[in-house]
Design a protein around this ligand. Structure first.
Ligand code: BEZ
Length: 259
């Protein structure tokens, strides 16, 4: 998978909805004062900061050094680290793991779920949300059709958007007990008249790959998607979220301690 380049300031300015919607996850997680919580894929730090405000001892990790630099600038009091999800330190005994809008970037879902599960203490909980089956289908279909018309090769599928059953099996394989799983539409407003173009430039590099004129491609694609994704005076990304909650069974204590 090509490495996604992140521009943290642009991300904060134009894509703050990522953290805004993630606020629901904190309610779902119900952090308690003194709990040790890992924010896996913390981006520029908003949710880690909200967890800390709730009294948790938070560690935020992100694979992007640029994101962590920005998060440290914004929240110098937090413990923020550059780390890859797949190589998180095992048996770190977290009471909970939160992950928002990250797991669709990791193609090896099994490895990612196992890595997250290993960081939890027995009895610890996971709350995660990311793109689910059908996520951004209008954007993907529009890009595919335009690429075919322009004679460009098929775009590689760079994201992992599973359904409830598929992902529940991934969590079970990681030794977690699934306590809830929901797949739901969450159309997401993109700020400004340039909203979809900005989204495509920030996140859509696989869809633009090899286009000889990327700006022209974005212009044509947004024109094509306008009847579907521009309404009520705004652009809306056709996000579909998979939210999961899971527990690491307390019975895993001995196995966790002996490894
Ligand atoms: C998402 O959050 O659903 C998403 C973001 C960027 C690219 C693809 C999906």
């Amino acid at each position: 998978m090509p490495v996604q380049q992140w521009n943290p300031r642009l991300y904060d300015d134009r894509h703050s909805f990522v953290a805004r919607y993630g606020g629901d996850l904190i309610d779902e997680l119900r952090p308690e004062a003194g709990e040790r919580i890992l924010d896996a894929g913390c981006g520029t730090g908003d949710l880690a900061a909200a967890l800390a405000e709730a009294g948790a001892e938070v560690v935020g990790v992100d694979s992007s050094a640029e994101m962590i630099d920005r998060a440290r600038e914004r929240f110098p009091h937090l413990d923020l680290r550059v780390a890859d999800l797949l190589t998180l330190e095992p048996d770190s005994g977290y009471d909970a793991v939160l992950s928002n809008a990250v797991l669709h970037w990791v193609p090896d879902a099994t490895a990612a779920a196992r890595a997250l599960a290993r960081t939890l203490r027995p009895g610890g909980r996971l709350v995660a949300e990311f793109g689910g089956s059908g996520n951004i289908s209008a954007i993907l279909d529009g890009a595919r059709a335009l690429r075919a018309e322009l004679g460009l090769p098929e775009a590689a599928q760079e994201w992992y958007f599973p359904g409830v059953d598929e992902y529940s099996a991934v969590l079970a394989d990681a030794g977690l007990e699934v306590t809830g799983a929901w797949l739901f539409d969450r159309p997401t407003r993109l700020d400004g008249e340039e909203g979809l173009a900005a989204w495509l430039r920030m996140f859509g590099s696989p869809l633009l790959a090899d286009a000889p004129d990327p700006d022209g491609f974005v212009e044509r694609l947004t024109g094509r998607l306008r009847p579907v994704l521009h309404h009520s005076g705004s652009w809306w990304a056709d996000y579909r979220r998979l939210r999961v909650t899971a527990l690491k069974p307390a019975g895993d204590r001995r196995r966790a301690e002996s490894t």
